[in-house]
Design a protein around this ligand. Structure first.
Ligand SMILES: [Zn+2]
Length: 229
């Protein structure tokens, strides 16, 4: 994994960049959690992101991938950073593409994207992988478009302790190879089993599915807050 550059302590860097948030969150899976990893404050930090992107693609440099793909919306920035990093690592062009989100589904429907993927070797990248659902959907789209997946590279592998979350990611995603720069064990539980709900701690509405939870539970006694603004 060494690039000859200074080692990247990803947990320390993300913490310093304000990406590791504590509170009462509802994840996109609907589970409640005391922690959330949010890259909004990291993407504008170009130097850090370029170091992250290099470390993300480097383990796969010998896999001869020529496309980097990511799930939108957050993944759009990650795909571009990773694409730039890959182009500085290998002597042939690597194209960044992303799958736009439509409801729960993803699409490689932008002009030319399917053409880039077709017949190419594709590395799928993700900032935070938790359930793996988004990545799985993008993997399916890549294969439908005629691409060959060389693997998945994630910045953060978030294990939320659910049953089955100890299955190796490569098997879970059915890919030849999975790499993550850091592993985070942050529990997540259904609302009915959530200690923070019992303690009536306010729920963050601007992360994950917090706003959706508010819509479905307007009378939650702990109330709602905004964590990001
Ligand atoms: Zn809760």
């Amino acid at each position: 994994m060494s690039s000859g550059n200074e080692p990247l302590d990803i947990k320390a860097e993300l913490t310093q960049a304000g990406a590791i948030l504590e509170g009462h969150m509802v994840l996109t899976t609907g589970l409640h959690s005391p922690g959330y990893i949010c890259f909004d404050s990291v993407y504008p930090e170009v130097d850090l992101m370029m170091r992250i992107a290099r470390a993300l693609v480097e383990p796969f440099r010998d896999e001869h991938f020529d496309v980097v793909a990511a799930p939108g919306v957050g993944g759009i920035a990650l795909a571009i950073y990773a694409g730039v990093a890959a182009n500085s690592l290998v002597p042939y062009p690597v194209k960044p593409v992303w799958a736009d989100k439509h409801g729960r589904e993803f699409s490689l429907g932008r002009m030319g994207f399917q053409g880039y993927v077709s017949g190419s070797r594709v590395l799928v990248v993700e900032d935070v992988i938790t359930s793996g659902d988004s990545v799985k959907r993008v993997l399916n789209k890549v294969e439908e478009a005629g691409g060959t997946v060389v693997g998945v590279s994630a910045v953060c592998d978030r294990n939320d302790g659910r049953p089955g979350s100890n299955v190796p990611r490569a098997s879970q995603l059915a890919v030849p190879r999975f790499e993550a720069m850091a592993k985070f064990d942050i529990p997540a539980v259904p609302a009915w089993d959530c200690e923070l709900c019992i303690l009536e701690q306010a729920i963050a509405t601007d992360l994950g599915h917090g706003a959706q939870f508010e819509e479905d539970n307007p009378n939650y006694k702990g109330g709602y807050i905004s964590l990001l603004s």
